[in-house]
Ligand binder design. Sequence first.
Ligand code: ZN
Length: 442
Amino acid sequence: MHKQKSALLGRRGFLQGTAALGAILLGGPSVANARLAAAAAGIRAQDWHSLPRNDGSTVTAGPEYLGGDFQLARAADGSFEPGRTFISEVFQSTGWFNMVGMHWVADVPEGTTLELEVRGSLDGTVWGPWTPVGHVMEARGDEEVPRGLETFTDAVEFGRASAMQYRITLETTDTRLSPVVRRVTATQIDALDSPGLEDLDARGHAIPFRVGNGGAPTARLILRDGPNGWGPTNFAPDSPYYWEPYAGVYPTQFVTIHHTAWANNPENPVATVRAVWYYHAITLGWGDVGYHYLVDQYGNVYQGRGGGHATEAGHVSRYNHHNIGVCLLGQFEPGAPNVPPGGEPTAEALDSAMRMAALQSAYWGLNPLERAAYPKPDASCRPQLVNHRVCGHRDWGRGASCVRTACPGINVYKRLPAIREQAAALIPDIKDFHLMEILKRG
Ligand SMILES: [Zn+2]
């Protein structure tokens, strides 16, 4: 995933590092089309804007207000106490939601930290555990907060909830300084009104994910659009695909493997894919999902980013040109902070990731076993790394690169050599590119 932080930085470092991200925000003119697409696809969200107050209260406000003033308490001599916790009111939705994305505006001086946790409840009475919000993301947001002021993190998956609550912990190592929290927003995403895999099959338009040999495919290729699509579908043909000024078509030279770092084995992976799309496209303000393809635990492959198969997407900050992103649903880095427990990828998911890598390699004439230099190096944050044609997100994080991530998790990463070998062995058997012809259209 687009992790801007990883175990490499340590949990304490990541929220301190957010100011640096502000200078390199991405985004485009509007997420209006994405909102239309979400509505048509039945994906809903509710934003709770709250202003944490120093007296312990929360004021619920509109998006234009930044009037929170929660900070560390002062001792008698005026210095700040070393730590303080704030627990919000309960945000009770009128419906269900399966995902919460937290974003906030706060001053966090060097030497101080802000940590945010959330918990969810099915009924507002029995609560799940406090869960730290995920890693800081590059985002522009979709509201009127000036760019760079607001900090976004990865979303937290609840499965199904109707209520949530957040907890802030402030700490300082310099008693002259305190963070100040101006506003906290909880975006509750409801992608539960989603077809299941059996519904897609029942529509009778399933496309077998058949690549090369290996017998009858058991996995599906699930497009965004059309009768077998996971939606959203109504991007107008003349609408801009956002992510300007970067959007463009760059013939594929690399296939990069990711994980979402969300829960493993989601009950309905279609709903998870829809929530990933919403969070990237609208909450983070990207206009579309960051990955070209997503792979569930059954090996089903979901078409991601619109615009055609070699359109630049947003999955490796600064290395998105000529680079296809294939993301496994799940968290595969045991012991990683701020995310669900790490697990093992299924054989089906690994097989489909391998077959997609083989298909891309065969189509574009790439040798998965070969290493190559990234073709568009620039300033210090994007040195000309030499990587395998089929590599992992973390491979783009070496040297002076700004990328810092454990993605796709060690339990996937350690299998990349085998995936490269299998893909290279499969390529001579790939004579049929009808799937690429389908995906070419986007
Ligand atoms: Zn990644």
